[in-house]
Ligand binder design. Structure first.
Ligand code: DX5
Ligand code: ZN
Length: 225
């Protein structure tokens, strides 16, 4: 396969009473970055956490890549705040703003990596016009809002289509897949073209270290294949 695969644990499924410790465990076990699911109760039917949480964790984890997934309406209003709080990758939803291209440029102008996330019902061709300016395309393999949901199989086709557009145009953006991943379905997701894999419940509901080791083992096999 000859490419690096990345593990991005989603703290949405973590124990918030000892979040710092849980992140530390995930990093020691080999997580490549940390995934932050920000929800506003408008774009998605749930409210999670926001800027102050990211800011205080940034104080503690100075060198960790913070992969921030905004599930909020009008993300343009908050990009600057999330950049200042310590986000490295800022992904927002294609469906959450009228001005996708403008928001991407805004994120990049702040020196951050820009990601565009797609809900399960949003087709791959929606992002065709902005593929040459994004750093990440985040394919949601569940409807955003909650951890612990079941992987939607049609996501595989969408990942393949986006990977095909990437190859046809010689582009270098990463494909991130988020929702319902586990040590079994990750094989199909990686073969379809994913580079960054988000795991919530699979990592945090159980022993963090052994769950990440299991994922790493599987990914190393795939990287070598
Ligand atoms: C869903 C979030 C995901 C989710 C992942 O709205 O964007 O990041 O927490 O959790 P699992 O892996 O449990 O689906
Ligand atoms: Zn997410």
């Amino acid at each position: 396969m000859n490419k690096k695969l990345f593990i991005s644990p989603s703290i949405l499924a973590a124990d918030f009473s000892c979040l710092g410790e849980q992140i530390q465990k995930a990093l020691l076990a080999g997580a490549d970055m940390i995934h932050f699911d920000v929800m506003d109760g408008r774009f998605v039917p749930n409210i999670s956490f926001g800027i102050p949480v990211i800011e205080s964790l940034r104080e503690k984890f100075k060198d960790t890549i913070f992969d921030v997934h905004l599930m909020i309406s009008e993300p343009e209003r908050y990009i600057q705040d999330f950049a200042r709080a310590g986000a490295d990758i800022i992904s927002f939803h294609f469906e959450s703003t009228y001005h996708v291209q403008r928001v991407i440029e805004k994120i990049k102008s702040l020196g951050k990596k820009a990601g565009v996330a797609l809900n399960p019902a949003t087709p791959s061709f929606s992002v065709k016009e902005i593929l040459d300016i994004v750093d990440v395309v985040l394919v949601m393999s569940v409807n955003p809002g909650f951890y612990g949901q079941k992987f939607i199989p049609s996501s595989l086709r969408k990942i393949r289509e986006i990977d095909a557009m990437r190859r046809e145009n010689g582009l270098k953006f990463f494909i991130e897949v988020d929702g319902g991943l586990n040590s079994e379905n990750l094989h199909n997701v990686v073969s379809a073209g994913a580079d960054i894999l988000v795991f919530g419940a699979f990592i945090f509901k159980g022993d963090i270290q052994s769950n990440i080791s299991l994922i790493k083992q599987e990914l190393e096999k795939l990287e070598k294949s």
